[in-house]
Design a protein around this ligand. Structure first.
Ligand SMILES: *Cc1c(COP(=O)(O)O)cnc(C)c1O
Length: 415
């Protein structure tokens, strides 16, 4: 128990936090400790301003002229390059488009097409489910293609790699446990087996430094409404390494992926670059909100974000175990900070009810079936005192068994 900081130490940690001034840019409600930015990031002053400009000036006044005058048409590429800077991708390799699920489908097809003699997709059994569903969907649309799952067909990805594997779809950070994969090492093993690596960055983009180019990743996908704070349903992104772009094909050959969309030609001729990964007209208002959200990241150093993220999550684990250790919680996340994303998960028999009781008290995390309470720590707006107060409230909920109140057992459709 020695080494657990007291409230004076917590105050000093907040005072010394180089990211402290970022918090006031977000519009978090009073009395809320928001530990769910890994599921839906909060709004900021920047996005409210952009939304106002996008609707009043660009749409209401500019009308159709804004496709050119306000740069709407090139926004997916402009924002793609901005996200590229956060995930270690040089310009021209990332485009913002569609949803993560759809982009997984595009990336899988592109990878399979680049390995035409191979018929196996490897994914992870404990992956965020849409990744497995989309892998099954992509496999079903190609002759004789199979999906092998790590954790089901063999214990780990490495054991599933052989000369039949075309593509491996990996979650950089596991959505439930927060376990972080070594991107460079695993990509190397996948390449040694002659396959291509597709990384899902949903829980790492904006949470920690990502080095797609340096790791030699082939494709990557990710969403923008989690740590990047792009707003509910904001469009996702897809990365295709430059070396694959000319040859890669994606199956959703819509007009926005055409080399000359406004030539209105009868046959499809894919753009030679990253533009080919677009399909149709994008949700411009959502793109404009995302632009505001990305403005916040302009001067942020991801190494500083990472250092604080590990400090916040280490502190949370320490305090929960010291103060709430006797109430049946067990840590589901890696204990070692270097192996963990920016979240902490605990298992508990009554996880759902406990999370509802916490939310009723302003500590917003989430529940993941069957028995996980999950807390995300976004270093741009969460401080050390938030961690301290959240543990205080968790301790109260467990100590008084407040979670037993029957209203906390009522299940909502979104958890
Ligand atoms: C959140 C998340 C998704 C979401 O996919 P959408 O198509 O954007 O709904 C996909 N994969 C992972 C790993 C996620 O965490």
């Amino acid at each position: 128990m020695t080494g657990t900081p007291d409230s004076a130490a917590i105050e000093a940690m907040d005072a010394a936090d180089p990211l402290r001034s970022m918090r006031k840019r977000f519009t978090l409600p009073e009395g809320v400790i928001y530990l769910d930015g890994n599921s839906l990031g909060p709004a900021s002053q920047e996005v409210l301003g952009e939304l106002e400009r996008a609707t009043r000036e660009e749409w209401a006044e500019g009308l159709i002229r804004s496709w050119n005058d306000a740069g709407w048409f090139d926004l997916p590429l402009e924002l793609g390059d901005r996200i590229g800077r956060l995930v270690g991708a040089a310009a021209g390799q990332v485009v913002v488009s569609d949803t993560t699920s759809i982009n997984i489908y595009k990336a899988l097809h592109a990878a399979m097409g680049l390995r035409p003699d191979r018929t196996v997709i490897v994914a992870e059994g404990d992956s965020f489910p849409t990744d497995i569903y989309m892998a099954a969907g992509a496999a079903a649309s190609r002759p004789q293609t199979q999906v092998r799952l790590a954790g089901v067909d063999a214990p780990v990805i490495e054991d599933l790699l052989d000369e039949r594997v075309a593509a491996v779809l990996i979650n950089h950070v596991n959505y439930k446990t927060g376990e972080l994969q070594d991107m460079a090492a695993l990509t190397r093993k996948i390449h040694d087996a002659g396959a291509l690596a597709i990384w899902d960055l949903c829980h790492s983009a904006g949470a920690l430094p990502v080095e797609l180019d340096a790791a030699g990743a082939d494709f990557a996908v990710g969403c923008t409404y989690k740590y990047l704070n792009g707003g509910p349903g904001s469009p996702a992104f897809i990365y295709a390494a430059k070396r694959h772009q000319a040859e890669a094909r994606q199956p959703l050959s819509g007009w926005w992926g055409h080399a000359r969309p406004f030539a209105f030609e009868q046959s499809f001729d894919a753009d030679p670059g990253i533009r080919k990964f677009q399909c149709g007209t994008q949700a411009v208002l959502s793109l404009r909100v995302l632009k505001g959200a990305l403005d916040i990241w302009q001067d942020v150093d991801m190494a500083v974000v990472r250092e604080k993220s590990i400090a916040l999550t280490d502190l949370f684990i320490d305090l929960v175990e010291v103060r709430c250790g006797s109430f049946g919680l067990s840590l589901e996340s890696p204990r070692e900070g270097a192996r963990r994303g920016s979240q902490v998960s605990f298992a508990h028999e009554h996880a759902y009810e406990i999370m509802q009781a916490l939310i009723a008290r302003g500590v917003i995390g989430d529940f993941r079936a069957p028995s996980t309470i999950r807390f995300g720590f976004a270093p741009l707006y969460i401080g050390y005192e938030d961690v301290w107060r959240a543990v205080d409230i968790l301790d109260e909920v467990l100590r008084t068994a407040a979670w037993k109140d029957e209203r906390y057992a009522v299940r909502a459709p979104v958890t």
